[in-house]
Design a protein around this ligand. Structure first.
Ligand SMILES: Nc1ncnc2c1ncn2[C@@H]1O[C@H](COP(=O)(O)OP(=O)(O)OP(=O)(O)O)[C@@H](O)[C@H]1O
Ligand SMILES: [Mg+2]
Length: 278
């Protein structure tokens, strides 16, 4: 079966007064339907710029996709008009970022923000959208959904805001979910809950997930395959089992060794039992 997302030789350049830098320098990977791919690497290795390139939302004009090709279901995404891209974002690709406060609009209620893509992309009536908002809030484990729908983002805890973001991302049942450090800003218990929620929804809806993280514990728990980035390039790419059992690149080995052994949720890692970290 052909890949849902195929990224080939992606290059991202940054123009600055001091010259041009290339924080993403020839990245290739594929994600198939229903698969979870982990994109890992140290801070600044280019993970977020890679993720943002896919949805064509690079942070500033100075940051540009300078090479490569991204295909969604066999179609080159360069051929999409801005209007088609708006439909892709939300309808076909949902996104969750590290800090939900930057993605949620402080001026609108949670309910309004979840209803917006339902009305715009799916054409639901006001009443139908309202009903669906409550269902979505319940789906992501938000209690008193009716009340929360009327609240503004700053009234919610970090974990609740992240749940609301997931509700927005999943609202139109996208084929692909891009989750960039979705749990990093949360406390350990909430991290585990949010990760479980993403995995449950994925299983239920068959969504493919690009999971950007620096946490190999999260990778072991959630991903089938993993791409390891360093300084804008790929140093290793394989199944999660192979990475943990026989990391071939010294950088991956160092990453595994630096992993806090008593990490959050580490008891749930299948590999611990086999003594890989001992
Ligand atoms: N808005 C920007 N303007 C200029 N350069 C940027 C910008 N965003 C990122 N960069 C450059 O690209 C590099 C990669 O950034 P990116 O955000 O993709 O890293 P990352 O792997 O997601 O790191 P982290 O784990 O800290 O989130 C950075 O080190 C920085 O040099
Ligand atoms: Mg990042």
């Amino acid at each position: 079966m052909s890949a849902l997302l195929k990224v080939e030789d992606l290059v991202v350049e940054v123009q600055a007064r001091r010259g041009t830098s290339t924080p993403v320098d020839g990245i290739s990977f594929e994600i198939h339907r229903g698969e979870t791919l982990g994109l890992v690497g140290e801070s600044g290795s280019g993970k977020s710029l890679t993720a943002m390139s896919i949805i064509k939302l690079l942070p500033t004009r100075a940051v540009q996709m300078a090479g490569g090709r991204i295909q969604l279901d066999g179609v080159d995404m360069a051929s999409f008009s801005p209007r088609q891209m708006r439909d892709v974002r939300g309808m076909r690709i949902g996104t969750i970022f590290q800090e939900p406060m930057t993605a949620l609009n402080p001026a609108f209620t949670i309910g309004f923000q979840i209803a917006e893509p339902l009305r715009r992309h799916l054409g639901l009536s006001r009443a139908a959208a309202k009903k669906r908002v409550i269902e979505l809030l319940e789906m992501v484990g938000i209690p008193r959904a009716g009340e929360i729908a009327k609240s503004y983002p700053h009234h919610l805890s970090g974990g609740m805001r992240q749940r609301a973001m997931i509700a927005i991302a999943m609202s139109c049942e996208p084929d692909l979910l891009i989750a960039d450090e979705p749990t990093t800003a949360l406390d350990v218990t909430t991290q585990a809950q949010i990760l479980d929620l993403i995995l449950d929804l994925q299983e239920e809806h068959g969504t493919a997930v690009l999971l950007v993280t620096h946490d190999l514990g999260v990778v072991a728990q959630a991903c089938q395959n993993v791409t390891v980035m360093r300084r804008g390039t790929i140093v290793e790419q394989s199944s999660v089992i192979d990475i943990f059992e026989k990391p071939s690149h010294p950088y991956t080995r160092a990453l595994l060794e630096s992993m806090p052994a008593r990490n959050a949720g580490v008891d749930r890692l299948p590999y611990i039992a086999e003594g890989v970290f001992e």
